[in-house]
Write a protein that binds this ligand. Structure first.
Ligand code: PAF
Length: 326
């Protein structure tokens, strides 16, 4: 019979004492993308570091490509204690900790460096700590990059080009408000339904960073890519609170170290795909255009009404302090 025991001495230590080895604690880690994506790379690094630090305390079982369901379902599994760990986008996080939605506001961050500094700084860390109040424990902020629009209807240069566009958004009210304000016809949808909905023409398009567009091969189901960079897409390494509370201090430190290195690996992947991704997608046949500075400010102006909504939910002083963060 196998017992799963948390927070006890490592199996190697028990064997050395002549005692029977305890079974390892299973860490089911679920994520929406493939093992060779930025999520897969980060999950592998987390396992590598935790294993190096703790010996055989933990057995990691990976469930890539939404193998445990959509991101919301997986987070709920963490709360219940049926899943130990995940790497998720900020898509549904605001449904658990509403304050995270502030990072989903379009045109908030200038570039990756700006976003990383805010997330790693006091503002990001305060919000991360709030996950402990909802049955979760945030290990670290990761990232996906800036989101861009893909679709099968037309190239996009101005808000008029997205008029009535059936675009899938994440289940995220901040994103939804922006696409409504632009005049598109947004449909919030869990990720596992997106590819088939694109194939069947239920939706015309979707938006995601290059890390996702390249690794999922969205070029196989989408003709146009517009480098809109309309919003930064944070990710998060999360563990279940019941799991976290069962760990020893040494094991917690190993997960923290693993998370730091996993984020470094994820950011390196994003840096790389930001440099090479557009060429890859052009070679695979996508028609790519980048919004000029003027076109981008037209999009920014088109969502003024959404910003009024955001200021009702998120303190304007907080939004301003993120925008002006140096
Ligand atoms: O678009 C989404 O839902 C997310 O960006 C994805 C692809 C699931 C990665 O977290």
């Amino acid at each position: 019979m196998t017992f799963v025991i948390r927070g006890l001495a490592s199996a190697g230590f028990l064997v050395a004492l002549g005692l029977p080895a305890l079974a390892q604690t299973e860490v089911k880690i679920g994520y929406a993308l493939a093992p060779d994506s930025h999520y897969g790379v980060a999950a592998a690094k987390l396992e590598e570091v935790v294993t190096a630090e703790t010996g055989d305390d933990f057995e990691f079982n990976h469930f890539p490509s939404s193998g445990l369901g959509g991101e919301r379902e997986v987070i709920e599994g963490l709360q219940l204690g049926t899943i130990e760990a995940t790497i998720v986008s900020s898509g549904t996080l605001a449904n658990f900790v509403p304050d995270t939605g502030v990072f989903d506001i379009p045109f908030l961050f200038r570039d990756l460096g700006h976003a990383r500094a805010v997330l790693d700084g006091e503002i990001g860390q305060e919000i991360l700590a709030k996950f402990d109040d909802v049955g979760l424990h945030g290990l670290a902020w990761g990232e996906q990059g800036f989101r861009h629009i893909t679709n099968n209807r037309n190239a996009i240069h101005t808000p008029a080009d997205v008029e009535g566009l059936k675009i899938r958004t994440m289940e995220n009210p901040v994103h939804l408000a922006a696409f409504n304000a632009m005049g598109a016809a947004p449909t919030p949808m869990a990720w596992p339904e997106v590819i088939s909905s694109l194939q069947q023409g239920v939706i015309d398009g979707q938006e995601n960073p290059l890390s996702v567009i390249v690794s999922v091969k969205l070029d196989e189901v989408q003709e146009y890519l517009t480098l809109s960079g309309h919003v930064y897409s944070p990710a998060m390494l999360l563990v279940s609170k019941p799991f976290w509370e069962g760990l020893t201090d040494e094991q917690k430190a190993a997960f923290e170290k693993g998370a730091t290195e996993a984020v470094a690996a994820m950011r390196a992947y994003v840096d790389d795909v930001e440099t090479t991704g557009v060429e890859t997608l052009k070679e695979r046949g996508m028609k790519v255009n980048e919004l000029s500075a003027d076109e981008k400010s037209e999009f920014q102006s088109s969502i003024t009404s959404a910003y009024e909504e955001y200021y009702k939910t998120y303190n304007k002083a907080l939004v301003d302090s993120i925008v002006n963060f140096e």
